[in-house]
Design a protein around this ligand. Sequence first.
Ligand code: HEM
Length: 247
Amino acid sequence: MNALVHLHPAELLRRHYRECWWLTCAALLAPAAILIVNTVAGKLGPNPLETWERGTGRWSLICLALSLTITPGRRALAGVMVICRSPSGKRVTDWNPLVRMRRAIGVIAFIYAFAHLGVYLEFDLAWDLDGAWRALREKPFIVAGTVALLTLVPLAITSNDWSVRTLGGSWKRLHRLAYLAAVAGCLHFVWMTKPGITTPYCYVTVIAVLLAYRLYVAVRRRPGPDVAQRGATTDSSDALAITNSPT
Ligand code: HEM
């Protein structure tokens, strides 16, 4: 029985966090490696530029969605473990290593987005910056993509232990911008897609469900008028409890 507990995913994650971290990063960066290998081997099909542009754009959005899945995912996993009467992983905190992993997934989303922009500037525009400015003024999907990318920049910069420690509660608030990046990324995808193609709506559905969950949790946590009034006249501990509660 003890040996089986050691094989439990929550235990594996806790005991072998480093290995799980490397494995996750390797898995999420594998599509980039495949793109590079296929480019070198000349196997990217008739339009290598399009394959790169689409591949990097999609993987950025996938990683972004994946990072947003961690919070509800932890709760869901704990719930499943309770239902299955599992010997381990029944508390949300048992899955805390996933929260640490989320930062790496977010950074990978940024790396893909940055490569995506690089491909666009190099192959679509040949670094014609006037052309880039024109595209920004004329194409709403380029505006949405730019908003998504610019939103990811501060998130990627602050995805390290030092920033988490230094920014404290503000770190969490700042990193809620990931939802804005995801929504802008979805708009970018929908607006650039020809009518009748439904692929972007799969991404839109996933992001909409995650956002709806987030709003539901935020509304449920909001104190009632009584509590709010008490908090305003006594101290701010209620508000702090809300800010600091694990998500
Ligand atoms: C300055 C920022 C960006 C620019 C200039 C840009 C530009 C482009 C362009 C030119 C395309 C191809 C359009 C076509 O084939 O007609 C594209 C596709 C796409 N981009 Fe972006 N993009 C940006 C940022 C982003 C970001 C941050 C994300 C993700 C969060 C993203 C996700 C996508 C997706 C999913 C596609 C479609 C891929 C497919 O068709 O399978 N883009 N982008």
